[in-house]
Design a protein around this ligand. Structure first.
Ligand SMILES: [Fe+2]
Ligand SMILES: [Fe+2]
Length: 366
């Protein structure tokens, strides 16, 4: 059952020129209602009890006048189907485990690692530009003049959402490409896959759930859709050919990309704690997220949601750094393997029980 919720839209979409859309995306326009075509922000309010849910999913926007807008991606209502549960159930994370997660960096050890890190830094620069995220400059100015830094570089809920949506729309690509290529390789070469595909496809599924969750909070306009389309078109093909050439470098690349994702979500959580994102303080996670992560009652705020998403990113960081340490053709996937010494020492798991931010070394797991 899908709910009807009162949601407050800050601005209603209007026709804009490409130039003003770009300015808006970069956060250079601050408050004009007519100048924000890229996203419509939605704030989930808690004023209406859940028993008022309706079978007809709709989102109610409030601005100068009340307008009912169709749910962005509603559940398909069917005469016979009650629900369509996901094949991959999310592992349970405890709050302590999620609080343990934090930024980390695996030092480069060879040329493959250096290429991977360079590519991530290049992409990160582009994403910073697109989402108006200037953390390093902000920190520098903050030391000299905190007020000016806040005014010039402060990240708002809207800017973070743009960043998250763009990041997640790209993040769902590598697992699917790698899984697909290993599937084709296994058939073409008549060899075993050794259990890698499942983890890779599950990763892309998980990233898509992140994207869908953030999309419940902000509806992208045409400019953002074009950006996402372009990024996907370019990134899918680039990753496809790169994975054919050096899968090890590609896994390391994803490991470094996930280091950045953990960093971004950590900053968002810290900004909520510091009172810099007031709209998110009492905001409830969308139903799609509550169901997917099995978020317990009383732990369903935006902050809780970011803890789950960050924990997922830390898992991708660990998995891909580990896969980057292995023999790509012959080693089994340590995350779906049963160990001879199962009772001794820790082994890689799908949940957060043994966290290794820099990945497991090959001689520890094979
Ligand atoms: Fe993600
Ligand atoms: Fe990720």
């Amino acid at each position: 059952m899908q709910c009807t919720r009162r949601t407050a839209a800050h601005h209603i979409l209007t026709k804009q020129s490409a130039a003003s859309a770009l300015k808006s995306l970069n956060g250079s326009i601050t408050s004009s209602a007519a100048s924000r075509p890229t996203f419509t922000l939605l704030q989930h309010q808690q004023t209406e009890p859940r028993r008022q849910f309706s079978l007809k999913p709709q989102r109610r926007f409030e601005a100068s006048k009340n307008v009912l807008i169709k749910e962005f991606f509603p559940l398909k209502e069917s005469e016979h189907i009650k629900k369509t549960p996901p094949a991959w159930h999310h592992p349970i994370y405890s709050e302590d485990q999620m609080n343990e997660v934090g930024p980390s960096h695996r030092e480069t050890r060879n040329w493959s690692d250096r290429v991977a890190l360079f590519m991530v830094r290049l992409l990160r620069g582009g994403l910073d530009l697109a989402s108006g995220y200037k953390h390093d400059k902000a920190v520098k100015l903050n030391k000299q003049d905190p007020g000016a830094a806040q005014q010039k570089f402060a990240m708002t809920e809207r800017k973070y959402l743009i960043r998250n949506i763009f990041l997640e729309s790209v993040a769902g690509v590598p697992g699917m490409v790698a899984g697909m290529l290993r599937h084709l390789h296994s058939m073409r070469r008549m060899r075993r896959d050794n259990g890698w595909m499942e983890t890779l496809l599950e990763e892309s599924f998980n990233e898509r759930m992140h994207l869908l969750t953030f999309l419940k909070m902000a509806e992208p306009g045409w400019f953002m859709r074009i950006m996402v389309l372009g990024a996907q078109g370019v990134f899918f093909n680039a990753f496809f050919f790169s994975y054919l050439i050096s899968p090890r470098t590609c896994h390391r690349f994803v490991g470094y990309l996930e280091e950045e994702a953990v960093l971004t979500y950590t900053r968002e959580i810290e900004d909520i704690d510091a009172g810099k994102l007031p709209m998110w303080e009492n905001m409830q996670a969308p139903d799609i997220a509550v169901q997917y992560w099995n978020m317990p009652e009383g732990h369903r705020t935006m902050r809780d949601l970011l803890l789950y998403v960050r924990a997922d990113e830390s898992k991708h960081r660990e998995v891909n750094h580990t896969l980057g340490n292995l023999d790509q053709k012959n080693d089994p996937n340590p995350y779906v393997s049963v160990y001879k010494d199962a009772k001794d020492g820790p082994h890689p798991t799908k949940d957060l029980s043994h966290q290794r931010p820099m990945g497991w070394e090959r001689d520890e797991v094979i």
